[in-house]
Design a protein around this ligand. Structure first.
Ligand SMILES: NC(=O)C1=CN([C@@H]2O[C@H](COP(=O)(O)OP(=O)(O)OC[C@H]3O[C@@H](n4cnc5c(N)ncnc54)[C@H](O)[C@@H]3O)[C@@H](O)[C@H]2O)C=CC1
Ligand SMILES: C=CC1=C(C)/C(=C/c2[nH]c(/C=C3N=C(/C=C4\NC(=O)C(C)=C4C=C)C(C)=C\3CCC(=O)O)c(CCC(=O)O)c2C)NC1=O
Length: 296
């Protein structure tokens, strides 16, 4: 059994609590035991699960693993504290708000001999699994991924290339390694509107564009236009929802890692993907923060 604590009880943290209380039968998640949760608010207990103080959680020998579901801004601090206390960690994406921090945390986990698992549920959706099947084996000519969503508080969520890391993860997982060719960002602070555009090249020098656009009332949506030698894909494939929730699938993966049931190769490939995406996010930020070039 791995005693587990959930930290941060918002949308994701509440689903984590629910899933921890109802593990999938005969899955490795059955061997995780919810000991309590940590919140900055005083919530008492939720479904008989008790709230515990952060320091108590860190010092509690019964707790071997922490699920960090706080705002992005607090990921770094929480991941570091729990790793240093000798606990395994599951953190929601993005694992950190800078590439250098992500590397440090990864080194810390290795030093401590603990699992550091980053949730990436965007790879677990049925529509994504179908998309991946449709893209595999095709030769890209050019492509665009355009995300829209409600306004985010950048103070709590970080720069859009980081808060939107799920979109970058799709592109890397679909098309392999990318290089950033340019990136810009338009912001209307009073309107809480932001639009970031990043241009990439694939290893075969094919152009890809990622647009991350957010504003009040904007619908959460992704539009794709991927053109291949064989034709264009203009819509995300439709796929029936899986019977197993996305966070539950992710929890099973974490539990598998705790039990050493994920191969070294898979772990290394995941680590590469996560750190590579954060490196690209960092580069995008640098491009966006660079003063506009003056052409004479
Ligand atoms: N909502 C979703 O469907 C998904 C969310 N995520 C990730 O999950 C994380 C949380 O997102 P949401 O639940 O949607 O946001 P949210 O705003 O609903 O929840 C965040 C919660 O964390 C709490 N919190 C912030 N700092 C804290 C700290 N230092 N200690 C304890 N609690 C703290 C806040 O008070 C809030 O209750 C984010 O990293 C997000 O990227 C990832 C995939 C899907
Ligand atoms: C309804 C309001 C609603 C909110 C506030 C919401 C928040 C929300 N959803 C996220 C991701 C995500 N959210 C979902 C899906 C959902 N998440 C849900 O809360 C629900 C109801 C679904 C629908 C099945 C998925 C699949 C991701 C992963 C990234 C992606 O594929 O977009 C994230 C992480 C950052 C990001 O990628 O934007 C946040 C903050 N999602 C919402 O849908």
């Amino acid at each position: 059994m791995f005693g587990t604590v959930v930290v941060g009880i918002g949308i994701a943290g509440s689903v984590r609590l629910r899933d921890m209380l109802n593990p999938m039968p005969s899955s490795p998640s059955e061997h995780l035991k919810l000991v309590g949760f940590v919140s900055r608010r005083t919530l008492g207990s939720i479904n008989e699960v008790k709230q515990i103080g952060l320091q108590d959680a860190l010092g509690n020998k019964e707790i071997q693993a922490a699920i960090i579901s706080t705002d992005n801004k607090s990921h770094e601090e929480n991941v570091r504290m729990f790793l240093e206390a000798g606990k395994h960690v599951l953190v929601e994406y993005p694992m950190a708000l800078s590439a250098s921090t992500a590397r440090e945390l990864w080194e810390l986990a290795e030093q401590k001999g603990k699992i550091l698992h980053v949730e990436h549920i965007e790879l677990l959706t049925e529509e994504y699994k179908q998309l991946k099947k449709e893209v595999t084996g095709k030769e890209l000519v050019k492509g665009t991924l355009h995300f829209t969503g409600g306004a985010l508080d950048e103070e709590r969520s970080g720069f859009p290339a980081f808060s939107g890391i799920a979109r970058l993860t799709w592109l890397i997982d679909l098309f392999g390694d990318l290089t950033v060719t340019s990136a810009t960002r338009e912001e209307q602070k009073e309107e809480s509107y932001s639009r970031m555009t990043a241009h990439f090249q694939t290893a075969n020098k094919k152009p890809l564009t990622w647009i991350e656009e957010r504003g009040p009332g904007m619908r959460r949506d992704k539009k794709i236009s991927f053109c291949f030698k064989s034709g264009c894909l203009e819509n995300l494939p439709e796929a029936p929802r899986s019977a197993v929730g996305l966070f539950m699938q992710d929890q099973n993966l974490f539990a598998k890692k705790l039990f050493g049931q994920v191969s070294r190769e898979e772990l290394a490939a995941e680590k590469w993907r996560i750190l590579r995406c954060l490196d690209l996010a960092e580069e995008i930020r640098q491009h966006c923060e660079r003063p506009a070039e003056i052409h004479s």
